[in-house]
Design a protein around this ligand. Structure first.
Ligand code: DX5
Ligand code: ZN
Length: 226
């Protein structure tokens, strides 16, 4: 299982976006994560299509947008026009998740389905064999810097059973060097992280390396001792 790191640009220095993106890409970040919040689905407002377009302009790796919004079907096209490569929407926000997944894929992007910590795995069963990726929230969505909820990971083994070993399963929220090992042991392979990358006591590049190392070690794939 390939471990991928998806830094959320939420906590980067937005006045230095190009540099922040270059720094995490140089450190091997496989994806860039843009958190979008509408002040309705979650009690916070952040990011829109213009910021997404700016990230896309300076990025060389795929850009994912995490739509924490009430009406993802209505607004997804604006993020696709902005250059999103992967659109992740919350299953709790839609009546017909398979329909939105097909719509997104028809627009040429990958479709991801997100579940809040308390939403059971069964909620995404209708998109089994259809969605391109999944995301298990390990905090209540809305803000960076919250504490990791291990309970959000408990459904991942079930998701793996339903969706197979090849699909990317993100965890998002409170992911850092102490919690990444827990998440990957449950079967997650994509680590979305904001504060642990951009507000760490080491530069973002080092923070990413540490995150990856701890995750790989937990899977028994760490560096062998010299
Ligand atoms: C939470 C967002 C996360 C958040 C992660 O609502 O979806 O992507 O930015 O931030 P940290 O890594 O600080 O928990
Ligand atoms: Zn997110």
């Amino acid at each position: 299982m390939q471990i991928k790191i998806a830094p959320s640009i939420l906590d980067c220095d937005l006045t230095q976006l190009r540099q922040s993106v270059a720094e995490v890409e140089e450190a091997g970040a496989e994806l860039l994560h843009v958190d979008v919040a509408d002040g309705h689905f979650v009690p916070n407002i952040m990011s829109g299509p213009r910021l997404t377009a700016a990230v896309k302009q300076v990025a060389t790796v795929p850009v994912d947008v995490h739509l924490m919004i009430t009406d993802p079907a209505e607004y997804a096209p604006a993020f696709i026009r902005a250059g999103a490569d992967i659109v992740l929407f919350h299953v709790e926000a839609v009546d017909d998740a398979p329909e939105l997944v097909r719509f997104l894929q028809g627009q040429g992007v990958q479709a991801g389905v997100v579940v809040k910590p308390d939403t059971p795995a069964s909620a995404v069963e209708p998109v089994a064999g259809l969605a391109d990726c999944l995301m298990a929230m390990t905090v209540q969505p809305g803000f960076s810097g919250q504490s990791f909820m291990e309970s959000g990971c408990a459904k991942i083994p079930q998701l793996r059973q339903m969706f197979g070993s090849d699909i990317d399963i993100y965890v998002d929220g409170g992911i850092g060097p102490e919690t990444a090992p827990v998440a990957v042991r449950y079967g997650a392979n994509v680590l979305a992280a904001s504060s642990a990358v951009f507000n760490a006591d080491v530069p973002p590049g080092e923070a990413i390396a540490r995150l990856r190392e701890t995750a790989l070690e937990a899977l028994g794939e760490g560096k062998s001792p010299a």
